[in-house]
Design a protein around this ligand. Structure first.
Ligand code: PGA
Length: 247
Protein backbone atom coordinates (compact mmCIF):
# COMPACT_ATOMS: atom_id res chain seq x y z
CA UNK A 1 0.00 0.00 0.00
CA UNK A 2 1.32 3.44 -0.92
CA UNK A 3 -0.59 6.32 0.62
CA UNK A 4 -0.21 9.99 -0.29
CA UNK A 5 -0.71 12.41 2.57
CA UNK A 6 -1.27 15.83 1.08
CA UNK A 7 -1.68 17.55 4.46
CA UNK A 8 -2.99 21.14 4.13
CA UNK A 9 -1.92 21.45 0.50
CA UNK A 10 -3.78 21.34 -2.80
CA UNK A 11 -5.83 23.58 -5.05
CA UNK A 12 -8.47 22.52 -7.59
CA UNK A 13 -6.57 23.27 -10.82
CA UNK A 14 -3.27 21.91 -9.52
CA UNK A 15 -5.01 18.79 -8.22
CA UNK A 16 -6.49 18.11 -11.64
CA UNK A 17 -3.08 18.40 -13.24
CA UNK A 18 -1.64 16.10 -10.55
CA UNK A 19 -4.34 13.46 -11.17
CA UNK A 20 -3.85 13.50 -14.95
CA UNK A 21 -0.07 13.27 -14.65
CA UNK A 22 -0.27 10.48 -12.08
CA UNK A 23 -2.73 8.34 -14.01
CA UNK A 24 -0.66 8.67 -17.18
CA UNK A 25 2.47 7.51 -15.36
CA UNK A 26 1.10 4.35 -13.74
CA UNK A 27 -0.62 1.25 -15.07
CA UNK A 28 -4.00 -0.08 -13.99
CA UNK A 29 -2.73 -2.86 -11.74
CA UNK A 30 -0.54 -0.43 -9.77
CA UNK A 31 -3.63 1.49 -8.80
CA UNK A 32 -4.88 -1.44 -6.70
CA UNK A 33 -2.58 -0.53 -3.85
CA UNK A 34 -2.66 3.27 -4.00
CA UNK A 35 -4.46 5.54 -1.53
CA UNK A 36 -4.65 9.32 -1.59
CA UNK A 37 -5.66 11.50 1.32
CA UNK A 38 -6.21 15.04 0.07
CA UNK A 39 -7.60 17.76 2.32
CA UNK A 40 -11.28 17.17 3.09
CA UNK A 41 -12.22 20.14 0.91
CA UNK A 42 -10.74 18.30 -2.10
CA UNK A 43 -11.95 14.81 -1.18
CA UNK A 44 -14.84 14.82 -3.68
CA UNK A 45 -12.71 16.17 -6.50
CA UNK A 46 -10.26 13.30 -6.10
CA UNK A 47 -12.98 10.74 -5.55
CA UNK A 48 -14.76 11.81 -8.75
CA UNK A 49 -11.56 11.77 -10.77
CA UNK A 50 -10.62 8.24 -9.69
CA UNK A 51 -14.18 6.89 -9.54
CA UNK A 52 -13.63 4.20 -12.16
CA UNK A 53 -10.28 3.08 -10.81
CA UNK A 54 -9.27 1.13 -7.71
CA UNK A 55 -7.45 4.09 -6.16
CA UNK A 56 -8.73 4.54 -2.60
CA UNK A 57 -9.55 8.07 -1.54
CA UNK A 58 -9.43 8.80 2.17
CA UNK A 59 -9.20 11.64 4.65
CA UNK A 60 -6.46 12.78 6.99
CA UNK A 61 -8.46 12.87 10.20
CA UNK A 62 -11.97 12.31 11.44
CA UNK A 63 -14.16 13.07 14.45
CA UNK A 64 -15.64 10.18 16.42
CA UNK A 65 -18.98 11.98 16.85
CA UNK A 66 -21.18 14.28 14.81
CA UNK A 67 -23.60 17.11 15.54
CA UNK A 68 -22.62 20.24 17.44
CA UNK A 69 -18.89 19.99 16.81
CA UNK A 70 -17.98 22.96 14.61
CA UNK A 71 -15.25 22.25 12.11
CA UNK A 72 -15.50 18.47 12.40
CA UNK A 73 -16.20 15.72 9.91
CA UNK A 74 -17.76 12.70 11.58
CA UNK A 75 -17.15 9.07 10.66
CA UNK A 76 -20.81 8.82 9.78
CA UNK A 77 -20.50 11.66 7.24
CA UNK A 78 -17.29 10.17 5.83
CA UNK A 79 -18.93 6.79 5.49
CA UNK A 80 -21.96 8.25 3.68
CA UNK A 81 -19.52 9.71 1.12
CA UNK A 82 -17.85 6.31 0.60
CA UNK A 83 -14.57 7.35 2.19
CA UNK A 84 -12.27 4.33 2.14
CA UNK A 85 -9.80 5.13 4.89
CA UNK A 86 -8.74 7.73 7.39
CA UNK A 87 -5.36 8.52 8.85
CA UNK A 88 -5.56 8.59 12.63
CA UNK A 89 -3.05 9.94 15.13
CA UNK A 90 -0.63 11.52 12.69
CA UNK A 91 2.16 13.10 14.75
CA UNK A 92 1.14 16.56 13.49
CA UNK A 93 -2.35 15.97 14.94
CA UNK A 94 -0.82 14.72 18.19
CA UNK A 95 1.56 17.69 18.48
CA UNK A 96 -0.35 20.63 17.03
CA UNK A 97 -3.88 19.61 18.02
CA UNK A 98 -3.08 17.85 21.31
CA UNK A 99 -4.53 14.50 20.30
CA UNK A 100 -3.81 11.71 22.76
CA UNK A 101 -4.12 7.93 22.57
CA UNK A 102 -7.48 8.00 24.29
CA UNK A 103 -9.00 10.23 21.61
CA UNK A 104 -7.28 8.23 18.88
CA UNK A 105 -8.82 5.05 20.27
CA UNK A 106 -12.30 6.60 20.06
CA UNK A 107 -11.68 7.59 16.46
CA UNK A 108 -10.49 4.10 15.53
CA UNK A 109 -13.46 2.52 17.22
CA UNK A 110 -15.86 4.80 15.37
CA UNK A 111 -14.13 4.22 12.02
CA UNK A 112 -14.35 0.45 12.47
CA UNK A 113 -18.04 0.75 13.26
CA UNK A 114 -18.54 2.59 9.97
CA UNK A 115 -16.39 0.27 7.87
CA UNK A 116 -13.72 2.84 7.14
CA UNK A 117 -10.17 1.55 7.28
CA UNK A 118 -8.14 3.30 10.01
CA UNK A 119 -4.47 3.93 9.28
CA UNK A 120 -2.98 4.39 12.71
CA UNK A 121 0.18 6.52 12.73
CA UNK A 122 2.70 5.91 15.49
CA UNK A 123 6.29 6.98 16.03
CA UNK A 124 8.88 8.26 18.45
CA UNK A 125 10.52 11.67 18.91
CA UNK A 126 14.23 12.21 18.32
CA UNK A 127 14.84 12.34 22.05
CA UNK A 128 13.08 9.00 22.54
CA UNK A 129 14.99 7.51 19.61
CA UNK A 130 18.33 8.66 20.98
CA UNK A 131 17.61 7.34 24.45
CA UNK A 132 16.56 3.92 23.17
CA UNK A 133 12.91 4.42 24.12
CA UNK A 134 11.40 3.73 20.67
CA UNK A 135 9.98 0.29 21.42
CA UNK A 136 8.41 1.38 24.69
CA UNK A 137 6.83 4.38 23.01
CA UNK A 138 5.38 2.32 20.15
CA UNK A 139 4.12 -0.36 22.51
CA UNK A 140 2.34 2.23 24.61
CA UNK A 141 0.78 3.95 21.58
CA UNK A 142 -0.48 0.60 20.29
CA UNK A 143 -1.74 -0.62 23.66
CA UNK A 144 -3.63 2.56 24.46
CA UNK A 145 -5.17 3.02 21.04
CA UNK A 146 -6.17 -0.46 19.89
CA UNK A 147 -5.90 -3.04 22.64
CA UNK A 148 -8.94 -5.28 22.96
CA UNK A 149 -10.64 -3.74 19.93
CA UNK A 150 -12.23 -6.36 17.76
CA UNK A 151 -10.70 -5.61 14.39
CA UNK A 152 -12.18 -7.86 11.76
CA UNK A 153 -10.90 -6.10 8.69
CA UNK A 154 -7.33 -5.41 7.71
CA UNK A 155 -5.53 -3.04 10.06
CA UNK A 156 -2.85 -0.71 8.76
CA UNK A 157 -0.20 0.91 10.93
CA UNK A 158 2.07 3.66 9.66
CA UNK A 159 5.37 3.77 11.51
CA UNK A 160 6.62 7.34 11.26
CA UNK A 161 9.57 8.43 13.41
CA UNK A 162 8.68 12.07 14.11
CA UNK A 163 12.24 13.18 13.44
CA UNK A 164 12.13 11.67 9.95
CA UNK A 165 8.98 13.50 8.85
CA UNK A 166 9.76 16.27 6.38
CA UNK A 167 13.40 16.34 7.49
CA UNK A 168 15.13 14.44 4.69
CA UNK A 169 16.67 12.23 7.38
CA UNK A 170 15.56 8.60 7.70
CA UNK A 171 16.46 5.62 9.86
CA UNK A 172 18.23 2.79 8.05
CA UNK A 173 15.83 0.48 6.16
CA UNK A 174 17.04 -2.55 8.19
CA UNK A 175 16.31 -0.68 11.40
CA UNK A 176 12.82 0.20 10.11
CA UNK A 177 12.28 -3.43 9.13
CA UNK A 178 13.05 -4.68 12.63
CA UNK A 179 10.72 -2.06 14.09
CA UNK A 180 7.97 -3.31 11.76
CA UNK A 181 8.50 -6.89 12.94
CA UNK A 182 8.18 -5.61 16.50
CA UNK A 183 4.99 -3.64 15.69
CA UNK A 184 3.36 -6.67 14.03
CA UNK A 185 4.16 -8.72 17.08
CA UNK A 186 2.80 -6.18 19.55
CA UNK A 187 -0.41 -5.67 17.56
CA UNK A 188 -0.91 -9.41 17.25
CA UNK A 189 -0.80 -9.85 21.02
CA UNK A 190 -2.83 -6.69 21.71
CA UNK A 191 -5.83 -7.41 19.49
CA UNK A 192 -8.62 -9.75 20.43
CA UNK A 193 -8.44 -11.71 17.19
CA UNK A 194 -4.65 -11.67 16.83
CA UNK A 195 -4.50 -9.40 13.81
CA UNK A 196 -1.16 -9.10 12.03
CA UNK A 197 -1.26 -5.63 10.52
CA UNK A 198 0.27 -4.27 7.38
CA UNK A 199 2.92 -1.77 8.43
CA UNK A 200 3.83 1.19 6.23
CA UNK A 201 6.91 3.31 6.75
CA UNK A 202 6.59 7.11 6.66
CA UNK A 203 9.16 9.86 6.98
CA UNK A 204 11.02 11.46 4.05
CA UNK A 205 10.25 8.66 1.57
CA UNK A 206 11.02 9.70 -2.00
CA UNK A 207 11.74 8.00 -5.32
CA UNK A 208 15.46 7.84 -4.53
CA UNK A 209 15.22 5.96 -1.23
CA UNK A 210 11.94 4.01 -1.78
CA UNK A 211 13.65 0.93 -3.25
CA UNK A 212 15.86 0.52 -0.17
CA UNK A 213 12.77 0.44 2.04
CA UNK A 214 10.65 -1.81 -0.19
CA UNK A 215 13.43 -4.39 -0.41
CA UNK A 216 12.81 -5.12 3.26
CA UNK A 217 10.37 -7.95 3.88
CA UNK A 218 8.28 -6.39 6.64
CA UNK A 219 7.93 -2.95 5.08
CA UNK A 220 4.52 -3.27 3.45
CA UNK A 221 4.44 0.13 1.80
CA UNK A 222 4.81 3.80 2.56
CA UNK A 223 2.97 6.87 3.78
CA UNK A 224 4.34 9.69 1.68
CA UNK A 225 4.00 13.37 2.53
CA UNK A 226 6.20 15.92 0.74
CA UNK A 227 7.17 13.66 -2.18
CA UNK A 228 3.52 12.86 -2.92
CA UNK A 229 2.89 16.46 -3.95
CA UNK A 230 4.77 15.80 -7.19
CA UNK A 231 2.70 13.39 -9.32
CA UNK A 232 5.74 12.09 -11.22
CA UNK A 233 7.69 11.37 -8.05
CA UNK A 234 4.69 9.69 -6.43
CA UNK A 235 4.11 7.58 -9.56
CA UNK A 236 7.80 6.57 -9.49
CA UNK A 237 7.39 5.40 -5.87
CA UNK A 238 4.28 3.40 -6.82
CA UNK A 239 6.08 1.82 -9.77
CA UNK A 240 9.13 0.93 -7.63
CA UNK A 241 6.80 -0.72 -5.10
CA UNK A 242 5.14 -2.77 -7.82
CA UNK A 243 8.48 -3.93 -9.21
CA UNK A 244 9.99 -4.90 -5.85
CA UNK A 245 6.95 -6.42 -4.17
CA UNK A 246 6.00 -8.21 -7.42
CA UNK A 247 2.35 -7.37 -7.10
P1 PGA B 1 7.10 13.29 4.64
O1 PGA B 1 5.76 13.18 5.49
O2 PGA B 1 7.04 12.21 3.59
O3 PGA B 1 7.06 14.68 4.04
O4 PGA B 1 8.24 13.10 5.57
C1 PGA B 1 5.23 11.94 5.87
C2 PGA B 1 4.02 12.13 6.71
O5 PGA B 1 3.94 13.15 7.43
O6 PGA B 1 3.10 11.29 6.70
Amino acid sequence: MIIANWKANGETQKNLHWCETFINSTDNTSLNYVGISPSSIHFKQLQNFFIETSVMIGIQDVDFEGGSRTGSISTEMASAECCKFSLVGHSERRELFNEDNNLIRKKIHSLLEHNIKPILCIGESLEEYESGETRNKLKCQIAESISKLNIVDELIIAYEPIWAIGSGITPKPKEVNSMHVFIKDVVQSATENNIVPKVLYGGSVNDTNAADFFEEESIDGALVGGASMDANVFANIVNIYKRLKRI
